[in-house]
Design a binder for this molecule. Structure first.
Ligand SMILES: [Zn+2]
Length: 142
């Protein structure tokens, strides 16, 4: 009787769809693309379908500054998916962009111990595999 070695799982990679394609193509170019309401100017989550401020459906894609501050963060010491086991401990952060929108991401290029709420950060993009890039944030001079 043989036993199979457990197969190390890789990280799940997001798959762009029609609604999110502009976000992922922007990330590949190194641009943070978000939805923006034409009626009231609010910045919205990528691939939003309706404005959360004024309920308008008149949205378009715009390039955000990519600058913001750490709004809050946590450091994960347990893994919930095998693909992340090699990265423990890793941080999960909410970044408040200059545009006012808050995005879930990770802070990179700094030790977890040095991350602070209110720390100025700027977007950078990391390749996840299969040509998919995701926005991360790194400390920025202020
Ligand atoms: Zn609006």
């Amino acid at each position: 009787m043989t036993t199979a070695e457990p197969q190390a799982q890789s990280k799940p990679i997001p798959r762009p769809d029609e609604a999110s394609l502009e976000f992922f193509e922007g990330a590949r170019r190194g641009e943070l693309m978000l939805s923006r309401c034409i009626a009231c100017g609010a910045w919205l989550a990528p691939a939003a379908r309706i404005c959360t401020e004024c309920l308008s459906e008149d949205l378009r894609w715009e390039r955000a500054s990519g600058r913001g501050v750490v709004f809050t963060f946590g450091v994960m010491h347990q893994f919930y998916h095998d693909g992340f086991i090699d990265e423990l401990p890793y941080n999960v952060a909410v970044v408040e962009l200059e545009e006012g929108l808050r995005l879930n991401s990770n802070i990179v290029n700094v030790p977890n111990e040095a991350i602070r709420v209110g720390m100025p950060v700027a977007v950078t993009f990391s390749e996840q595999g299969d040509g998919i890039y995701l926005p991360r944030f790194e400390p920025a001079g202020d």
